[in-house]
Design a binder for this molecule. Structure first.
Ligand code: MLT
Length: 323
């Protein structure tokens, strides 16, 4: 009798879960952006929230939960109910590099999330205040070495991609500037514009409008190829500093255990949205590179996270050893 009841309860529960997934979403969904508003994570997260809202017929509302290099928001997402009503727009920092900086992080990017899909890749720039007395990496290194005691660098918290990019830069040059943490690179950019911070390493989407306006200078792009949006900014490779190579992925995750049917719906919506000409243009105009369809979905994202963790481990360890 007990077994019968258990079996009946199981069938009932399975039915509820399936029908919940079929109807999904029936109410608004929270998309956690683990950094301040106005920065690269926020802008790409809002583009994705808009894609989901339009394709799935409910509001997807961005909630900015900054702190500790994006790990506060990521932990909240990892611990949220796995029902599809809480998602996170994370990146190479929160979902690959962070465990290398925090031994007791409280979440495992590979075990505690269901990957939904990659949004875009954004190469980083070395962005300096307008009147910074250097115009390329060589001049930057010379000035930074000579003025190390007064030099300050902004970043979005230990483990964020701005922290990581500048860790690679600083260790390649051999400098130890004063590190000034913020909750995202949008506030770092404001501090650079105000002249209070000397530089940061920022995914292109953040500093691009300021570089175009001439209020911030870009000394290098941390990639093998120049960006068509900033063709005059030479790569770190061209300037003899290949160690400064940082092009973070931005991606959507759900808490572990979110029903597969829900993940599939989200992934299909994201995939369709990224192929829309208006979305493509918007992301491309911001400097973000959308991956090909076979490099976007849950499987591709799981493989990317795994690959990036393996790739970054020795790089981060070597850079930290020099700090
Ligand atoms: C942001 O959106 O503020 C950046 O992506 C944060 C970071 O540096 O990781």
């Amino acid at each position: 009798m007990t077994l019968k009841w258990m079996a009946a309860a199981f069938v009932l529960l399975a039915g509820v879960t399936t029908s919940q997934a079929d109807d999904y979403p029936t109410r608004s969904v929270t998309v956690i952006v683990p950094f301040a508003a106005g920065g690269p994570a926020d802008i790409s997260g809002r583009i994705v929230a808009d894609i989901f809202s339009r394709h799935l017929g409910q509001s997807f509302v961005v909630e900015n939960v900054g702190g500790a290099g994006g790990t506060v928001g990521s932990l909240r997402a990892a611990r949220a109910r796995a029902d599809g009503y809480t998602l996170i727009s994370g990146h190479m920092g929160t979902h690959a590099a962070a465990p290398m900086f925090y031994p007791n992080l409280g979440y495992d990017p590979e075990k505690d999330f269901e990957p939904v899909g990659v949004i875009a890749v954004q190469p980083e720039l070395l962005a300096v205040r307008k009147d910074f007395p250097a115009n390329n990496l060589k001049e930057f290194a010379a000035y930074a070495k000579a003025h190390e005691k007064t030099l300050n660098m902004g970043h979005a918290g230990v483990g964020s991609v701005s922290y990581l990019g500048c860790l690679l830069l600083n260790s390649a040059i051999g400098i130890h500037p004063t590190l000034v943490p913020f909750t995202g690179t949008a506030p770092v950019m404001n501090a650079i514009l105000a002249g209070n911070v000397d530089y940061d390493c920022d995914p292109i989407l953040g500093p691009l409008p300021h570089i175009r306006a001439g209020t911030v200078k870009a000394l290098a792009i941390a990639a093998k190829k120049r960006s068509p949006l900033l063709p005059d900014v030479p790569t770190s490779y061209e300037q003899g500093m290949p160690e400064f190579d940082c092009a973070p992925f931005y991606a959507v995750f759900a808490p572990k255990g979110t029903p597969k049917a829900v993940i599939d719906r989200l992934a299909a919506a994201l995939n369709k949205g990224l192929d829309e000409p208006a979305v493509k243009k918007r992301l491309n105009d911001l400097g973000a590179v959308i991956p090909e369809p076979d490099e976007r979905g849950p499987k591709a994202l799981a493989a990317l996270v795994h690959k990036e963790i393996a790739r970054l481990k020795p790089i981060v360890a070597a850079a930290r050893a020099k700090q």
